[in-house]
Design a protein. Structure first.
Length: 283
């Protein structure tokens, strides 16, 4: 073993101890490239440090993305805004800056099934992870099940504290399944805990005017909306289902057939929430 090779191995070992993983892996190639280009020491040092910083950012983003537990990974760049002209791309572009997370504001994506609400939610979640924000994704049904189990096991307080920690909490599919009064109360406790402390992004196939039926209690629904809408951006999506669009392209559906999935009908004899702001923003 030559003295140069031994020195290189010692340097790589030291880099590993300093957790400069990418630099340790690429050092031989970087040294060879620097020698060919006759780079000044300062330029070489700046280059290798920039590479290591980029590598650390990639690892941290990957870790946050894994911890968020997204159901899939679809970016905002892959969203077809031309297919959903009711969405203002400028609004989504602003949300993608994640300033709403820094300001602890909320986002509500409303619209019928299949119009891309979850895609947008995941895309914004990925942006948040890339910017270093701790993010968590859950369905409404999964969240309710988690809170109910924690309540039954006497761990509700502990679970609520954990759910307050992410800077962005994404709750998908509110309104697809009915929520009883106890579950609605648990959901309210979570929203109340995160109020002005952490951003919430919600997707729902139900108009805000029928959330009294969704949550099985008008008073609780009003209290939930009061906190969600105080600082919020609402995106109403009115368009065709992407899934049914693909079926039509494959010849499995014709234009004469309905292209929106049915939504849960409101129970008879129940009134919508009386929160004035909810009625206004959802029109």
């Amino acid at each position: 073993m030559s003295a140069l090779t031994a020195q290189l191995e010692r340097i790589q070992d030291q880099l590993q101890r300093l957790r400069l993983i990418r630099l340790a892996e690429e050092l031989p190639a970087l040294l060879q490239e620097a020698s060919k280009k006759d780079l000044p020491y300062s330029d070489f040092l700046e280059d290798v440090l920039s590479r290591e910083i980029a590598a650390k950012h990639e690892r941290h983003t990957a870790m946050k993305t894994t911890m968020a537990r997204f159901p899939f990974q679809k970016t905002l760049d892959s969203f077809d805004f031309k297919f959903q002209p009711s969405i203002d791309p400028k609004v989504i572009k602003e949300l993608a800056t994640c300033r709403f997370i820094a300001d602890t504001d909320n986002v509500l994506l409303l619209g019928p099934p299949g119009v891309g609400k979850t895609h947008l939610a995941v895309g914004l979640g990925l942006k948040a992870c890339a910017l270093g924000y701790r993010t968590a994704f859950t369905t409404a049904a999964g969240l309710i099940a988690t809170l109910t189990r924690a309540l039954n096991e006497g761990r509700l307080e502990e679970k609520l504290k954990l759910l307050v920690q992410p800077k962005l909490l994404i709750i998908d599919e509110i309104g697809y399944l009915p929520i009883d009064r106890m579950a609605a109360n648990l959901f309210f406790q979570l929203v109340s805990r995160r109020y002005e402390k952490g951003a919430i992004l919600i997707t729902s196939n139900q108009s805000l005017t029928v959330w009294g039926e969704v949550f099985g209690d008008r008073v609780i629904a009003t209290a939930i909306l009061d906190r969600l809408l105080h600082h919020s951006t609402i995106v109403n999506i009115k368009g065709e289902s992407y899934r049914l669009k693909e079926k039509r392209k494959a010849g499995l559906l014709t234009r004469s057939e309905p292209f929106t999935d049915p939504v849960i009908p409101a129970p008879e004899g129940r009134n919508a929430p009386t929160l004035e702001s909810a009625l206004e923003v959802d029109r």
